[in-house]
Design a protein around this ligand. Structure first.
Ligand code: UT7
Length: 333
């Protein structure tokens, strides 16, 4: 039997603490008007101290496993994406395995930033097509609020990022059903690695951790926002078009696109470039900010629970971010 990877469960976990733009005005030299005009963001969620991304991932995972009608022991592999792991090492996947009380299955950590969820989904798809695993849990979670620079140097990023987690269960199904992941397309251009990055701490330095890194504000994420923006609006539609071409489909065949929620202006430009209507593109950055690897599975869970996806719909996912990395996935729902 030829198999396809089908998403059978989704889940999300957003911390209950809401941080509005007005709240940020008290911490950062910014304004509600600037944030809304430049990014579309109205509020985001921040964890309380003590909560790590693995906690958000685990809650999202429980919901996804439940929706799939499975129990934890049915999962035979974990793939976990984050740029903000609980620890420098080990990765987040093993923490998710332990907190869910799963048996000694493997857990793979993926470090592809905003594209991390699609990279993870791609890996899940290959394992399932190869017959290696049958039920894979894919999680993506970020706690970014604890490493923001509230000075003028970091205010571009500080107002964008939020915390959150999302999860899907991917299962092997008979390809004859016609459902599942049709293809994934992954790209990167490491020449732009320093355009959106967190340079320190780095093992390149001796010692890795130095007081001057903290006093010099070098342990915060930094970005050339304009360069990221210009590339994002080209690469995301390009990745979707590559996926459509590969499958002999056209943009008019798409039911719904979930772009990584980087900036609402980016999502709107993706919409225009693909000639989509407002109801064909998912935009929830207003409520959650940019949750990096978690943004797509969070949005996916929302649309699934709202009943916006029907069997047979063509769903496109696309992301762009640090690396630069970018990616797309085409899914027959
Ligand atoms: O998740 C994937 C990775 N991230 C992204 O995709 C983000 C991509 N980039 C962006 O979303 C946008 O570039 C930003 C929202 C970050 C910035 O918007 P922009 O329209 O590109 O603004 P800018 O960087 O060109 O800055 C315009 C001005 C600057 O002041 P001057 O030099 O014109 O006086 C900034 O210093 O806005 C200033 N600025 C701010 N002002 C108020 C930067 N951040 C802020 C802020 N509040 N938070």
């Amino acid at each position: 039997m030829s198999v396809r990877a089908v998403i059978t469960g989704t889940g999300r976990c957003l911390p209950s603490r809401v941080i509005t733009n007005a709240d940020l005005e008290k911490l950062v030299n910014t304004s509600d008007a600037w944030i809304q005009e430049r990014s579309g963001i109205i509020e985001r969620r921040w964890v309380e101290p003590g909560t790590g991304p693995s906690d958000l991932a685990v809650e999202a995972a429980r919901q996804a496993v439940d929706m799939a009608g499975l129990a934890g022991e049915d999962i035979d592999f974990i793939i976990a994406a984050t740029i903000s792991p609980d620890y420098y090492f080990p990765g987040i996947g093993v923490l998710v395995q332990a907190k869910l009380g799963l048996s000694n299955i493997g857990a793979l950590d993926v470090r592809n930033q905003c594209s991390g969820f699609i990279y993870s989904l791609s890996a899940a798809d290959q394992y399932i097509r190869a017959g290696t695993y049958k039920r894979i849990l894919v999680v993506a979670a970020e706690v970014q609020s604890t490493s923001l620079d509230f000075s003028d140097q970091g205010r571009d990023i500080a107002v964008l990022f939020g915390d959150g987690g999302g999860a899907v269960v991917v299962e092997a199904r008979d390809a004859a059903e016609g459902r599942g992941i049709l293809s994934t397309h992954l790209f990167c251009d490491g020449r732009f690695a320093t355009e959106l990055w967190m340079e320190h701490p780095s093992p390149k330095n001796f010692p890795t951790f130095q007081v001057e890194m903290i006093t010099g504000r070098k342990t915060f994420p930094r970005m050339d926002g304009r360069k990221v923006f210009i590339n994002a609006v080209e690469r995301m539609p390009e990745a979707v078009l590559a996926a459509l071409k590969h499958n002999g489909l056209e943009a008019k065949d798409i039911s719904l696109v979930i772009p990584h929620q980087a900036n609402d202006r980016i999502s709107q430009m993706v919409m225009k470039k693909l000639q989509l209507s407002e109801d064909q593109i998912v935009r929830n950055i207003q409520r959650y900010g940019n949750t990096t690897a978690a943004s797509i599975p969070i949005a996916l869970d929302e649309v699934v629970r709202e009943g916006r996806l029907k069997t047979g719909d063509l769903l496109a996912l696309t992301a762009f971010g640090s690396g630069f990395t970018w990616a797309s996935a085409l899914i027959r729902w």
